[in-house]
Design a protein around this ligand. Sequence first.
Ligand code: IMP
Length: 197
Amino acid sequence: MRILFATGNEHKVTEAAALLQPLGHRVSPLVVNGTLPEFIEPQSDGLEAVAMAKIEQARSMVEGTPLVGSAILVEDSGLFIDALDGFPGVYSSYIESTIGLDGVLRLLEGSYDREAEYRAVAIIDLGSKTLQATGVCRGRIADEGMGEQGFGYDPIFIPEEGDGRTCGQMSALEKSALSHRGRALKGLSELLKSPSK
Ligand code: IMP
């Protein structure tokens, strides 16, 4: 299936393609009139509500264009740190661009509890219906940033099921095999295969 990923984050597209291409899907960014989507995210406690708002906005973006009827994918995700009661959570993007990774490391200074998880909600709009899947990746926050791959908090996030490297030290394929996004997208691909879809 050809899937148009509505996101302004090219890293998300690379990761989705690394995971979904071997499963038989072609993933490319949704570009409408030469522009990548920019979403207005509602103030919300939940990734799911934000992902639903993104799918609605993506639908209106393609209205009246030849892309109407294409399978459109959106995703909302964040980093939830146990010792900070789930902060930054739905504010991950804002916190990354304000206090940054160093600021987050400072918030955890002296804390032995460095456990955290990445969470993702992915929704695909097939025109006739939408399918939704979630993914979680448990891990811990490193003492310092390591690696230059990936994006966002990847240099300071060490997945529990990995080999001790941060996501920033992994290729897109390695990260997708155990990441929250990878799991959510794998879930969607299972739903796409099921006869009741
Ligand atoms: P979104 O585009 O609104 O879903 O923003 C999610 C934010 O959460 C990103 O800007 C990052 O700060 C953080 N985030 C989500 N997934 C990841 C990931 O896979 N690696 C690193 N940071 C992530």
